[in-house]
Design a protein around this ligand. Structure first.
Ligand SMILES: N[C@@H](CCC(=O)N[C@@H](CS)C(=O)NCC(=O)O)C(=O)O
Length: 222
């Protein structure tokens, strides 16, 4: 049995599950995963019994004879970065790391208009003209973040991600990349190249393949 176990929701719509799973996959440790269909009474009851918030993702780590639970996507990234420094889940440079943590937190706590306007629908393609000014401002802010990180650190870092190699910040923005693809949001060349890198990442492709196998989620409960 692996020491790590992650509980996830529907891969096609649960952006927070993706944000918890990606750092775990990137950490390179063995883990088990369980999908909880939280829109069914049985799935929700299991989730409530397991997680203090009744939400996914939830990471459970068997450690020192006990069990550590981490029940929030950004906390999962932080926990793994601390436990497994060789995985380099944050940039090594303090200025880059401060930027990475800030933009990860910004995604975790903000972008409400973007979330409302461009709901996560991983396997769908439904181009949309966005006219809501707040959503447009959110899209512009995301593009600024991606471009600034790529220009200041990513390009010099030798990889295609925000800080070169893959970090928790990339995991936080990965669902946004899929939303922009779903709704046909067009960005400039730096941000577009970043989107291609995220979508072409083998771990993202595995997530998508599993989303297809998993079948569609039940409709949300009113
Ligand atoms: N702040 C949390 C958000 C978690 C969250 O909202 N998860 C949703 C799925 S994307 C959930 O578990 N929903 C189940 C429910 O509300 O019943 C995180 O970063 O992990």
């Amino acid at each position: 049995m692996a020491d790590f176990h992650i509980y996830l929701g529907y891969r096609s719509v649960s952006s927070w599950s993706m944000r918890g799973w990606l750092p775990l996959k990137k950490a390179g440790v063995a883990f088990e995963e369980t999908l909880l269909r939280y829109r069914t009474a049985e799935g929700k009851a299991r989730l409530v019994a397991l997680s203090p918030t009744g939400k996914v993702p939830l990471l459970v780590h068997q450690r020192d004879g006990g069990e550590v639970k981490v029940w929030d996507s950004i906390a999962i990234g932080e926990y793994l970065a601390e436990l497994l420094p060789a995985a380099r889940l944050w940039p090594a440079d303090p200025a880059a790391r401060a930027f990475a943590r800030s933009v990860a937190a910004e995604m975790h706590s903000g972008f409400a208009a973007l979330r409302n306007e461009l709901g996560m629908a991983l396997l769908e393609r439904k181009p949309k003209v966005v006219s809501d000014p707040k959503a447009l401002a959110d899209i512009a802010r995301v593009e600024t973040i991606w471009s600034e990180a790529r220009e200041r650190w990513g390009k010099a870092g030798g990889g295609p991600f925000l800080f070169g190699h893959y970090t928790v910040a990339d995991a936080m923005y990965a669902p946004v990349v899929t939303r922009f693809r779903t709704y046909g949001i067009k960005l400039g060349p730096v941000a577009s190249a970043y989107m291609e890198a995220i979508l072409g990442d083998p771990d993202m492709q595995l997530w998508e393949a599993n989303a297809v196998k998993e079948g569609p989620p039940e409709p949300p409960t009113p």
